[in-house]
Structures are given as C-alpha cells and as structure tokens.
Design a protein around this ligand. Structure first.
Ligand SMILES: Cc1cc2nc3c(=O)[nH]c(=O)nc-3n(C[C@H](O)[C@H](O)[C@H](O)COP(=O)(O)OP(=O)(O)OC[C@H]3O[C@@H](n4cnc5c(N)ncnc54)[C@H](O)[C@@H]3O)c2cc1C
Length: 288
C-alpha cells in the first residue's frame, strides 16, 4: 500500500492548523499558499488567545508558517490556479502540481475593495474590512459601510451596537437589501474620496458633498474562494463552500475550513475548523 498524502491550500490560520494536525498524525503534507491572506491586512489582533502583548496579523502569519515548517510540513509559496479530481485530488500551480489522497481548502474569503482615493492609504487607520473585529474602536463615532448586499447590511447591523451613526453607501446602485433598522441610513451616492490626516476624518461624495466620518467599513461582497470547489463539482452556496459538521465537502477526500466556509470570520474559528477538518481527513485516510 503506497503512503497516503495530504495537500492543504492556504497558509492562514485554517490551513496551517489543518497542516499541523495532519503532519503530527504522521501524514506527509504539502501546504501551498499565495500570500498572507486576511492576516496581511490585519493590524492589531487583540482577541486571540495567548498574546499578552498585541500581535499584528503579518507576525501571526509568519509564526504559523514557521511552526508548520518546524513540524515538517512541506511549505510551497505558489498560486493555485486549478484543482483536478481523478484517483487523487491535485492542486495545479503555474510551476507544478501537488497531489494528495485528501485535500484541504483553506483559501479564506477574498474581500473585494472598490477603487476609491484614500482607501488603501487609510487601511488600519479608519478603513476596516471587519465590523465584528473593529466595531469596538468606533464607540460613539460616525461610521459608514461601502457595499450593497446582505454582507454590507450585516456589517452595518454589527456596527449599530457601538457607533453613533451608521450609513451604508451603495455606490450608485439601488439598495439590494431590505433595511429594517432605524439606526441604518442608506445613501446611494458614490464615495469619491476618503480624506483625513492621521486617520479617516471625512468622505467626499461624487457630487462634492463633504461628510464628516470616523470609520469606513468595506463590505463589497465576499467572493472568490468557492471557485476551486466549484471547479470539481463540490457544492457551493454563493461564495461559501458547503461543508458538513466535519468540514467535509460533497467530494470524498475534499475538506474545507476557515473563512471560505462562512460563519464567523475570525481567527479562533479558522483554527478550530482547521483542526476539525484534519481530524476527519485523518480518519478518512485511515479508512482507505
Ligand atoms: C482587516 C482585518 C482585520 C481582522 N481582524 C481580526 C481580529 O482582530 N481578530 C480575528 O480573530 N480575526 C480578524 N480578522 C479575520 C481573520 O484574519 C480571518 O478570519 C482569518 O485570517 C481566516 O483564516 P483563513 O485561514 O480561513 O483565511 P486567510 O487567513 O485569509 O488565509 C487564506 C490563505 O489562502 C491563500 N490562498 C487564497 N487563494 C489562494 C490560491 N489561489 N492559491 C494559493 N493560496 C491561496 C492565501 O494566500 C492565504 O494564505 C480580520 C480580518 C481582516 C481582513
């Protein structure tokens, strides 16, 4: 019987957690990742276990990758462009293919950012991509959400608990959600510029109106990660990969974990998911 192998796509908390559990079960693992994922955009992380001092997202990412390497995971930096499913599950990159008897998708959720002057410059200084992470910093302040869908509305709802005012800018489109909250204003004008000095202070709208603003939350869809699953026929729901309670997809041997499966988009959940996906992938491998 040939040695069973695992492939993990994604080097964030979910992928690294899955790889660690797999390799410690004596299964050879190749982890392929493109970049830092969500942690590359994350400033201070204060709600994850074990850090007396604040840890920044990129440092947490580097620590995870180093830990995986130390435990013997074969870590490859490459972009996966496709998946193949025959007698194995194979991740295809520009320069090579990585096959396993099990494959764990942990590709995160691609958060789409609109092109607006100042958006990039103020990331982490008033521009955020995560209401549940950062709402606390905007207690009693004026915030806006850029986006037009259930995701944007959900972020806005999250912010109403702490912020003074919450406005959703649907960026030139009629609202694609039902607003049942009297705390949320909806404005269909496009935001042209985000302005401030050290941090965000105001918005300039397309018609030249200046609006005082302390925080801008970007929630333009959650897209991308389900594409791989879709490629080989695993069930997806919008941008979310459908998994059962064991993180198993509808394809035998294909597991998914972390942000790409939806739910709470947080590090703690991604780490737990990774461990769970690995546990069930190990059981699956041993049953072959
Ligand atoms: C601005 C911001 C602030 C946040 N703050 C917090 C916080 O304070 N606390 C908290 O708990 N959570 C926070 N989060 C959320 C947290 O970062 C995510 O929930 C967590 O990183 C999800 O882990 P993941 O492994 O599922 O995905 P990610 O961390 O996004 O990792 C995805 C991985 O998949 C890789 N990948 C994607 N596509 C490909 C491909 N085609 N080929 C190869 N590799 C690919 C990426 O390169 C990356 O390595 C924040 C997120 C953001 C954006």
């Amino acid at each position: 019987m040939s040695e069973k192998r695992a492939v993990v796509i994604g080097g964030g908390p979910a992928g690294v957690s899955a790889a660690i559990y797999l390799v410690r079960a004596n299964i050879p693992v190749t982890l392929v990742y493109r970049d830092m994922g969500a942690l590359g955009k994350t400033g201070a992380v204060d709600n994850y276990y074990g850090f007396a001092e604040t840890v920044r997202g990129p440092e947490l990412f580097e620590r995870g990758i180093s830990q995986a390497r130390r435990l013997g995971v074969n870590v490859v930096e490459a972009e996966v462009v496709g998946l193949r499913w025959d007698d194995h599950l194979t991740a295809l990159t520009k320069d090579g293919a990585y096959s396993g008897d099990v494959l764990v998708l942990a590709t995160g959720s691609a958060r789409i950012a609109p092109r607006i002057d100042g958006l990039k410059a103020y990331e982490g200084r008033g521009v955020s991509y995560c209401a549940v992470c950062d709402a606390f910093f905007y207690r009693g302040k004026d915030v806006s959400v850029l986006g037009n869908g259930i995701y944007a509305y959900h972020e806005a709802k999250e912010l109403t608990a702490t912020a003074r005012t919450v406005t959703i800018y649907t960026m030139g489109l009629p609202a694609a959600f039902e607003n049942s909250s009297d705390k949320i204003r909806v404005d269909s004008r496009k935001v042209a510029k985000i302005l401030g000095s050290e941090s965000v202070e105001r918005l300039e709208l397309e018609d030249g109106t200046i609006v005082p603003m302390d925080g801008v939350f970007v929630a333009v869809g959650v897209a991308g990660s389900a594409d791989f699953a879709r490629k080989i026929g695993a069930e997806v729901e919008g941008v979310r990969i459908v998994v059962d309670e064991n993180c198993a997809t509808t394809i035998p041997g294909l597991y998914a974990c972390g942000d790409c499966t939806g739910g709470m988009l947080q590090i703690a959940k991604a780490v737990y998911d990774g461990a769970k996906a690995a546990k069930h992938a190990i059981a699956y491998l041993r049953s072959l």
